[in-house]
Design a protein around this ligand. Structure first.
Ligand code: PMP
Length: 390
C-alpha cells in the first residue's frame, strides 16, 4: 500500500548524520567505556520534589482528560513568566500548553505554513527542523549562519531568501552552536520579518541557559508580538525531558487555532504532568539555576583547558548545554575527526556536519557528563587534535 508523500518524505532521505551517535551506543552496549558527549540530555534526572508534585496530582485524581489548551493555572503562570522576562504583556489567552517544545514547533508551523510554502530556518540547526517543516507540507530553505561571523545569522542573508517566504525559524540560545543572538542580530531579523511579512517562530527552549550576555526574546521587539510564535519547554530548564511539557506563546487568534489543532491531534497534556510543571515553575529562578549550574561550571572547565593550546578553538559558548569546537587546524572534517575520536579515544561527539553544512569542520560537545569525566574527556580531545595538527 502506498503511504503519503508527506510521511515518506519527512526526513528528506539520505543520512541524518546520527550514525556516530548510534555507533557510540553500540560500542557502549558491547562494554566499551565510551564517554558520550552527544545528545542534549542532562546527567541529572528530574528533581524529586517535582516528581512528588506529579504523584500527588495523579493520586489526587488529575488523571482524566485535562483541559486541551492547558490547565488555567499553568497557562497563567507561563504568561506571567513571559511578561516578567520580556516586558511584553502576556495573558493565558496567549499560551497553549503542548507536549514538549517539539510539538510546539510542529503546531506553530502548521498554523502559518500552507502546502508548498517556503519556510526559512538557520543552518547550523537542531536536527528535527527540516523534517518539522516538511511535516506541515512546507519547503525548508536553509540560511547559513557563518562560522566566520560567530554563527550569528546575517539579516542580509535572510532578506536575500525572504521574498515570498512564509516564516523564519530561529533558535537562541542555539543548539548546536551555543551562540546567543545579539540585540543587533535580533533587530536585523525583526526588520526582515516586518519588511517581508514573515512569521517568526522563535525556539527559546534554552532561555534559562545563558552564560554570558542576555537572552532577548524577539517577540519583545517593536511590531513583533503580532507576528511571533515563541516555543518554550520544561525539558531543558527543569530537566523534564521525559515529561513532555512545553508551550507556544503568540497572538490570541493564533492560539485559538492551535487549540483547535490540539483538539484534533494531541488532545492536550496529562493533567498530572501539567501540575508538576506548574509546581516547578513556581519554584522560581533558583531551581532553574540549579539545573543550569553544571553546564555553567563545565563551560568554565572547557575554557580553562582550551586556553592552554591553539589547535582547537571554541565558538563563543554563551548559552545552552553545548560547545561548538572548530577543529579545522587538524585538516580533518568534523565527520572524520568525530569518527576517529570515537575509535581511538572512546569519546563520542557530534560532527558539525550533522547539523548542516555551515558547521563543517566543527564538532559539537554536549556538556552532559560529570565535571571530572568531562574535564578528562576534553583534555583527551585536545591532545588528540594536537597530535593530528595538519
Ligand atoms: N528545540 C531545540 C533547539 C532542541 O534542542 C530541542 C531538544 N533537544 C527541542 C526544541 C525539543 O525539545 P522538547 O520537545 O523536549 O521540548
Amino acid at each position: 500500500m502506498k503511504l503519503s508523500n508527506r510521511i515518506t518524505g519527512l526526513t528528506g532521505g539520505g543520512s541524518d548524520g546520527w550514525h556516530l551517535f548510534l555507533k557510540a551506543r553500540q560500542m557502549k552496549a558491547a562494554g566499551a567505556p565510551v564517554v558520550e558527549l552527544t545528545i542534549g540530555e542532562h546527567d541529572i534526572r528530574t528533581v524529586p520534589k517535582i516528581l512528588d508534585a506529579m504523584q500527588a496530582s495523579a493520586l489526587g485524581g488529575h488523571t482524566g482528560y485535562a483541559a486541551v489548551p492547558g490547565v488555567d493555572a499553568l497557562r497563567e503562570t507561563v504568561a506571567r513568566r513571559v511578561t516578567e522576562r520580556t516586558g511584553v504583556k502576556t495573558g493565558p489567552q496567549n499560551v497553549l500548553i503542548t507536549p514538549g517544545g517539539q510539538a510546539g514547533l510542529f503546531a506553530a508551523h502548521h498554523a502559518v505554513c500552507d502546502e508548498g510554502d517556503r519556510a526559512l530556518f538557520i543552518d547550523p540547526y537542531y536536527a528535527t527542523y527540516p523534517g518539522t517543516l516538511r511535516g506541515v507540507g512546507a519547503k525548508p530553505v536553509a540560511i547559513p549562519a557563518h562560522a566566520s561571523n560567530g554563527f550569528q545569522p546575517s539579516a542580509d542573508d535572510i532578506a536575500a531568501k525572504a521574498a515570498g517566504a512564509k516564516s523564519l525559524l530561529i533558535n537562541s540560545p542555539n543548539n548546536p552552536t551555543g551562540v546567543v543572538y545579539t540585540q543587533k542580530t535580533l533587530e536585523g531579523i525583526a526588520e526582515v520579518c516586518r519588511t517581508h511579512d514573515l512569521w517568526l517562530i522563535s525556539d527559546e527552549v534554552y532561555d534559562t541557559q545563558v552564560w554570558r550576555g542576555n537572552h532577548i526574546s524577539p517577540r519583545a521587539l517593536p511590531g513583533m508580538a503580532e507576528r511571533t510564535l515563541v516555543v518554550g519547554s520544561m525539558s531543558k530548564s527543569h530537566a523534564m525531558t521525559g515529561s513532555r511539557v512545553g508551550w507556544v506563546v503568540g497572538p490570541p487568534d493564533v492560539i485559538a487555532h492551535l487549540i483547535n489543532l490540539a483538539t484534533h491531534t494531541t488532545y492536550g497534556v496529562p493533567g498530572f504532568v501539567q501540575d508538576a510543571a506548574l509546581f516547578a515553575l513556581n519554584e522560581g529562578a533558583a531551581l532553574e539555576e540549579e539545573v543550569a549550574a553544571p553546564f555553567r561550571r563545565r563551560r568554565a572547565i572547557a575554557q580553562d583547558i582550551l586556553a592552554k593550546q591553539n589547535t582547537v578553538s571554541l565558538v563563543p559558548a554563551d548559552g545552552a548545554m553545548y560547545l561548538m569546537l572548530n577543529i579545522r587546524a587538524t585538516g580533518l572534517s568534523g565527520d572524520d575527526f568525530a569518527d576517529r575520536l570515537l575509535d581511538e579515544e572512546l569519546i563520542a561527539t557530534m560532527p558539525g556536519e550533522s547539523f548542516g553544512e555551515a558547521a563543517s569542520g566543527h564538532i559539537r560537545v554536549a556538556m552532559t557528563v560529570p565535571d571530572d569525566e568531562f574535564a578528562r574527556a576534553l583534555q583527551s580531545l585536545v591532545d588528540f587534535a594536537e597530535r593530528n595538527r595538519a
